[in-house]
Design a protein around this ligand. Sequence first.
Ligand code: AVI
Length: 332
Amino acid sequence: MEGELSLHVPAGSAALSRSLRAPETPAPDEFAEAVLAGLARRPRSIPCRYFYDAQGSELFEEITKLPEYYPTRVETMLLEAHRAEIAALVGPGRILVEFGSGSSRKTSLLLGALGNVPAYIPIDIAAESLKEAAEWLSGRHEGLTILPLIADFATTRALPKVAQRKRRFGFFSGSTIGNLTHAEARAFLANAARLLGPGSVFLVGVDLKKPASILIPAYNDSRGVTAAFNLNLLARINRELGGDFDLSRFAHHALYNDQAGRIEMYLVSLVHQTALVQGREFAFAEDERIHTENSHKYAADEFQALARASGWTPVKAWTDPANLFSLHLLRL
Ligand code: AVI
């Protein structure tokens, strides 16, 4: 389901909140179908996009501030260090389209460096995050036209009409591309090429391959925020689908699958138990897992090969001295 919240922000957040339509909630049936099918299949799995209800989005924001979770910090540092060069390579007057925009905090750095941006189109499934992000940005970039699009960034088929009038600059940050399989990532990049159109440029943040000794703490932090984020999926099922999961009987587990080059997250049943979801009963053996997320890591040349296979030409890549994270500028 897609919906547009169209607004122009002359000054301050008061004007913004009056202009917003009531947020559209994602179709509950879609969540129910995904959960029921995911719990019935073997191995059990639920797509990670369902992490992001209001509580899940808040917990993710907390994750981004954890000392162990380096991606947000390092990507922000790369944007701060290279924004002027990025802006020079992108050029002025482009509409900025952000895929999976979330809180839009990093976007502000780009907007400041780009200067002349006719409109900003953040695309996200979480209506509340979009609204909050638009309000936050409007306070910092007076006069910016913000056209939020409530949609799944992976399957967005069309941009608002205004976006077709100018050349476009895509932004996909945070290594969210890592949450897609390689085939999905390729399809996403090809769809982004079609949406952004000929002559467009695309900046993509990609987490790099590195030792498991750095990766595992990033996905299993000492404060248990990532565990709470993972377990919130069961809490969301309880809230929205009449589930009766006992959260104290499931544990968060993160491992690095070296062969696949990805972090895998699971919810592990600590005992033999049953749980009800929309009146259907699911039995879990002790140690049985629900796969909840993959987070793929790419060497810089692996990502560039993927981008090429999807029709993009790599222009330049930036990495930090410790080789933790990369930013890739691509053009069509
Ligand atoms: C949103 N995404 C890029 C995060 C990641 O690192 O894969 C989600 C996340 N899962 C656990 N911690 C953060």
